[in-house]
Design a protein around this ligand. Sequence first.
Ligand code: UD1
Ligand code: CA
Length: 485
Amino acid sequence: MNGRDEALEEVTELAYRPLAAVVLAAGEGTRMRSATPKVLHPLCGRPMILHVLDRLVELPLARIVIVVGHGAESVTKTVQEQLATETPVEFVEQRRQRGTGDAASVGLAGSGFDLDGEDDVLVLTGDTPLLRAETLAALATEHRLTDAAATVLTADLDDPFGYGRVIRDERGGVERIVEQPDANDAELAITEVNSSIYCFRRGLLAPALRRLDPENVQGEYYLTDVVEVLRSAGHLVVAAQADDPTEILGVNDRAQLATAETILRARINRRWMREGVSMTDPEHTYVDASVELEPEVALLPGTILEGRTVIGARSVIGPHCRLVDTIVGDGTTIEHTVAKEAEIGDGVTIGPWVSLRPGTRIAAGAHVGTFVETKNAEIGEGAKVPHLAYVGDAEIGPGANIGAGTITANYDGRAKHRTKVGRDARIGSNNVLVAPVEVGDGAYTGAGAVVSRDVPPGALAKGVPARIEEGWVKAKRTDDEDEEP
Ligand code: UD1
Ligand code: CA
């Protein structure tokens, strides 16, 4: 059993009080300077708040309340669409963003909390995307074992700038938390910071929140001040330190977003390498959280895999590929390629310099070569489109070969039409297949053909031969024009 499973089991065994969670996500995120709500900025293709919620739902929770405000509608919609969980999730709106303490009060006012219930509540923010489930479980366990009124997840940071500092008492308990703008020099020198992730006895948190005031530099209701309120009422507040301080990284601006994404990407890459994927240069390999890779896949430098992309066993992708929502079979090789919403079979070779646009389906053993663009096209088993071609709205039969420089003229200026090339057909170099048109099974076309009528199976279509007019230049040019040819 690994650490994660153990931690989750332990907290489940200790579940003698129901556990709920309140996630604060109403803030504007001013420091992001963005029209998008902060918690919806993506890391590795997934909105920030979903990274937090994905980990949270691994815990045995009775319910999750999400406090929304800035961009409430889009935050709610995104979570509803993308979070997979059985745990009931409720959204409550904080109309004015008056601080984290006010946001927590709004969260506790959500339905489903019965007023005198003796449950525990995890309070966390939507801007800590690197948090792990085992850390949350360890926090809840520590809270229960110490029987504290509040347990604060803290971390020791080399650079604590911007975070609230944790002031301990002589017995190691937490005395108070002081925010960066309110701290004096001695307090600023403290390196233990507040993660903004806590576990509270809910019955004690609610009245403590009512006693907060906004008498501080930022004029806000600070959730952090609850520590002092609980302490002055004689309650115990303890700290649980995160083993890995990077986990509590709070994202407030785009530089922190980039830092968090780099850490998350490294984690994703390590996980895939453990599962048997090789990466020549993991620092230059970008795999979204939603991507699936099979064993023995090799990812070469500059590879970017996004969305619902799946790569089959033993396929080699890269260098320099961007695949979005693309399914790749087993034993396929793709280099220097951009693919979007494409399906690629087993044992296919693609590239270099290929653009596969939506609706491209390439069957097993096919080859799509240098400088080829495809769109809404089916390329049959073993078919070849080796050089300089455009294949759009087309079906290329199994075993067919498309000559260099061939294009499907699919657009008549108003509508798109289809081209069909039969099994084992041979299209000559530099053809124009004027759709709608069909070239039958086994048919041939000559070099440079403009094929505007259907070609029966087994036939040859010869195209536009250049007619030669001797003496044309001399006859057309007068003396006062350019020099003799
Ligand atoms: C907060 C903590 C700080 C801690 C840091 C960790 C307070 C006062 N400070 O500071 O001690 O070190 O997190 O990252 O709590 N939010 C609301 N409604 C509001 C205000 C904020 O929902 O009215 C939400 C935000 O959307 C955000 C979270 O609360 O997700 C934290 O707010 P933020 O402004 O980022 O707090 P920090 O300054 O980072
Ligand atoms: Ca923050």
